[in-house]
Design a protein around this ligand. Structure first.
Ligand code: FAD
Length: 383
């Protein structure tokens, strides 16, 4: 059996690994000219953690996970508001969860997959056709690939989805925020090694994460009802407009854009699709269901969804449609729960008013209290 997988992100690589474990061959088609590196910090837990354990990649992920020594919430002038210690952060996350850079999840998966599947970089899908026996995928290098299954794992702005299901405006739900993330080649002196500093002010958040191994991530998220800039204007133009009045580490963090490899800059949008497959073509990961960073669960769903897809294909030999139906039925409730969570978090993520900010930070302030932390550790970690 053979699959063509569009996209070498977390979902595409995890699918190729799982398919190799059930005896399938895969061709992975990636638009980028080479592997993307870095990326932002994600919390990886839930069904992704369980699936990673079953696929045998948990020790490699754990090796690359990072621990935040302190998470410090600042006032707009840089003064400290309050902070969470390493122990409080662990208590809020629970034991079967880790902080890891998105690019490091990809690295672990890529290291496992590269001997087992061909990855064709600098290539994309241009057309697709299917009949009862196979799917025929035309690629931008002029080749036509024949396979039993086409997996569209090409992210939020999926070309596979556009070709097979229709234009993205039919599926994207704009959550009215923009996000920008990039690696900083220099840690701002005000951020201690291994700590995260963050502030939220009038519909804008900023965070700088020091991973502790010399790598640092800058993160910006803001409400678009502020009326400043669009995705097309680009982060170099928009971010200084949105954040230019703030002091503390913001000016040097913005200056870091000039020397970074790549900047992720996009709207925060969910993908809401009534079905994830058509015949022998299936969408996976953000392409199918993007829950957004508000849910903090997209990489978990990408790995968990890929592993489950392989399991259902293995359980339904020779019947792709039955496998895809069983897979979607099993996964959809978890996805919809996280999409609902993402839409709720949207309202409190970057509050426009100082009072709402104080109220939304209250649970975190409570979690910082030693007595509350001890309770949470007893209740959620030690059981
Ligand atoms: C700032 C931020 C914070 C986040 N925090 C968390 C968190 O705490 N916890 C969590 O679990 N998740 C988090 N997420 C979500 C998580 O990162 C994503 O859900 C996950 O990476 C999606 O993986 P994917 O493989 O589906 O898509 P992507 O990562 O978008 O990968 C798609 C791949 O397809 C390629 N591609 C795109 N178009 C084409 C094309 N036409 N042809 C060929 N290739 C193509 C791309 O180059 C890319 O390699 C966060 C996301 C963001 C942006």
């Amino acid at each position: 059996m053979r699959a063509v997988i569009i996209g070498a992100g977390i979902a595409g690589l995890a699918a190729a690994l799982r398919l190799s474990q059930i005896g399938w061959d895969s061709l992975i088609v990636e638009r980028a000219p080479q592997r993307r590196s870095g990326g932002y910090g994600v919390t990886f837990g839930g069904i992704g953690y369980d699936a990673a354990e079953r696929m045998g990649i948990l020790p490699d992920l754990r090796e690359r996970a990072f621990v935040t020594e302190e998470l410090v919430y600042h006032k707009p002038n840089g003064d400290r508001r309050f902070s969470l210690t390493r122990e409080s952060i662990a208590a809020t996350m629970g034991p079967r969860s880790m902080n890891i850079l998105r690019g490091d999840i990809e690295t672990v998966l890529h290291d496992k997959v590269r001997e087992k599947a061909e990855i064709r970089f600098g290539t994309t899908i241009t057309a697709v056709d299917q009949d009862t026996d196979a799917v025929h995928v035309t690629l931008s290098d002029g080749s036509v690939e024949h396979a039993d299954l086409l997996i569209g794992a090409d992210g939020l702005h999926s070309a596979t989805r556009a070709l097979v299901f229709g234009p993205e405006e039919n599926y994207l739900l704009d959550l009215e925020h923009m996000v920008a993330v990039y690696m900083l080649d220099k840690r701002p002196a005000a951020i201690a090694p291994g700590t995260t500093g963050t502030l939220s002010s009038r519909g804008r958040t900023v965070a700088v994460i020091s991973v502790g191994d010399g790598r640092n991530v800058a993160f910006f998220g803001y409400r678009t009802d502020r009326g400043t800039g669009t995705r097309a204007d680009g982060p170099q133009e928009v971010l200084p407009q949105v954040y230019g009045d703030l002091g503390w580490i913001i000016p040097e963090t913005l200056a870091g854009m000039a020397s970074t490899d790549s900047i992720y800059f996009d709207t925060i949008s969910q993908v809401v699709a009534p079905t994830w497959s058509r015949g022998r073509i299936v969408l996976l990961g953000d392409a199918a269901w993007c829950v957004t960073l508000f849910a903090g669960y997209g990489s978990a769903l990408a790995v968990g969804g890929a592993e489950r897809l392989g399991t259902e294909l293995d359980r339904n030999p020779g019947d792709i449609r039955a496998a895809l139906t069983a897979w979607e039925t099993a996964l959809r409730p978890e996805v919809e729960k996280k999409q609902k969570l993402g839409r709720r978090v949207k309202g409190v993520y970057a509050p426009a008013s100082p009072l709402l900010l104080w109220l939304t930070q209250l649970p975190l302030r409570l979690a910082a209290l030693p007595a509350v932390r001890r309770y949470m550790t007893r209740r959620y970690i030690k059981g």
